[in-house]
Design a protein around this ligand. Structure first.
Ligand SMILES: *Cc1c(COP(=O)(O)O)cnc(C)c1O
Length: 389
């Protein structure tokens, strides 16, 4: 018997309450019962997105919503700026290129804090660009991006800010309306705590206006058509009924916790993870701008084959984390700590890491990492008066 633990940055674990609903018999979508669920989900999504705008639900993964953003916002041949600090930034470039837009890519080495001055230079030299396409959290490097600075630059140069927040929304604060983010995107299998298959996209007033002028080809992903349907609690095509029912429950859980506490929990879990790997003598890749969603850890020189760390953790102990992608393969591994994740998911992940590091030749003082996790949590509890020792 092997018990499995999921500590990867998507799919993330599905709470028991949600899983129970996913297993229920399927209702028809054009019924008053489902329409009620749909309308409550619409309200819940507005709450997590912190917007008055309609949040459109698409039946696809996050990449589908990225593609929908591109195909619905722009006209043939228009110029856009993409920010590539990793695999998902590169995806923006590829999506925009596949629609034959004129793409100006800012490509930076992974793991460095993003310097908005570089972006400002590109904006100033290309005032005809329509938009800046970027991530809020670059999952491939565990890096948090300075979203409000990027949105500020987009405003200054009259460009749209198009933000892939797929490992950011519901993890840390991204108030769409207050910051004036034009397009905000997430996917179901990340902080929304349901299986893959739904993507979410919200557009500002300005962005909706752009969709009316867009002449790029589209059929399935027609955001204006979806918005019209959503307003009457319908979808243009058959919705992912079970996932929307699951989302109804996971949004309830998020509401019960409240956004402020939810953001704090993620900060704390991330801090505990960083403290633990440091206590084990390892370094964090994006140490100066770490994401609260996922921690990318550099494989230490003592471990010859870095790819073996996630492999052994999964195959021998049932703990699934993520490795590095492309040029980071074998050089980093990534521990996720968002969504349905608590203190003891972190202690489990770190204890498994200790065993595996030792097996692969890294000197480990057993318990050092786990101790650092517990100390982080205890310090926080003591600070807030929840623990008196
Ligand atoms: C997971 C993820 C995506 C979407 O990937 P899908 O496989 O399409 O769900 C996009 N951007 C970021 C930052 C992600 O973490």
């Amino acid at each position: 018997m092997m018990k499995n633990y999921l500590l990867a940055p998507g799919p993330t674990p599905v709470p028991e309450r949600v899983a129970a609903i996913l297993g229920m018999p399927i209702p028809h979508h054009r019924t008053p019962g489902f329409e009620k669920v749909f309308s409550e989900v619409r309200a819940g999504l507005k709450w997590v997105f912190q917007t008055e705008q309609e949040v459109i639900m698409l039946t696809c993964t996050g990449t589908g919503a990225m593609e929908a953003a591109v195909s619905n916002l722009f006209k043939r041949g228009q110029k856009v700026i993409t920010v590539n600090t990793g695999k998902f930034g590169e995806r923006w470039t590829k999506v925009a290129q596949s629609y034959e837009l004129a793409v100006l890519e800012i490509k930076l080495p992974p793991g460095l804090p993003f310097d908005p001055a570089i972006l400002e230079e590109v904006c100033a030299a290309n005032p005809d660009a329509e938009a800046i396409l970027f991530q809020a959290s670059e999952t491939s490097t565990g890096s948090r991006m300075p979203v409000s600075d990027i949105v500020g630059l987009a405003k200054k140069y009259k460009m749209l800010s198009v933000c892939d927040a797929i490992t950011a929304l519901g993890v840390f604060d991204l108030p769409m309306d207050a910051w004036g983010i034009d397009v905000l995107i997430t996917g179901s299998q990340k902080a929304m705590m349901i299986p893959p298959g739904l993507a979410f996209i919200a557009l500002s007033e300005t962005a909706w206006k752009k969709t009316a002028e867009s002449d790029l080809p589209k059929f399935y992903f027609n955001l204006a058509k979806e918005k019209k349907a959503h307003l009457t609690n319908q979808t243009a095509w058959t919705p992912a009924i079970s996932l929307i029912m699951g989302l109804h429950e996971s949004l309830k859980m998020m509401k019960e916790e409240g956004l402020e506490k939810l953001f704090k929990r993620h900060e704390l879990l991330a801090l505990a993870t960083r403290n633990a790997v440091k206590a084990l003598g390892l370094d964090v890749l994006s140490a100066k701008s770490p994401s609260p969603a996922v921690t990318a850890v550099l494989v230490p020189p003592s471990v010859k084959e870095g790819k073996k760390i996630p492999k052994l953790m999964r195959d021998k102990y049932g703990v699934t984390i993520a490795g590095g992608q492309d040029e980071l393969e074998g050089k980093i591994f990534r521990l996720s700590h968002f969504g349905y994740c608590s203190y003891f998911d972190i202690t489990t992940g770190i204890s498994c890491l200790e065993l595996v590091l030792a097996e692969l030749g890294h000197p480990v003082n057993f318990g050092a990492g786990v101790g650092a996790v517990l100390k982080t949590f205890a310090d926080d509890e003591i600070k807030s008066g929840g623990l008196k020792i």
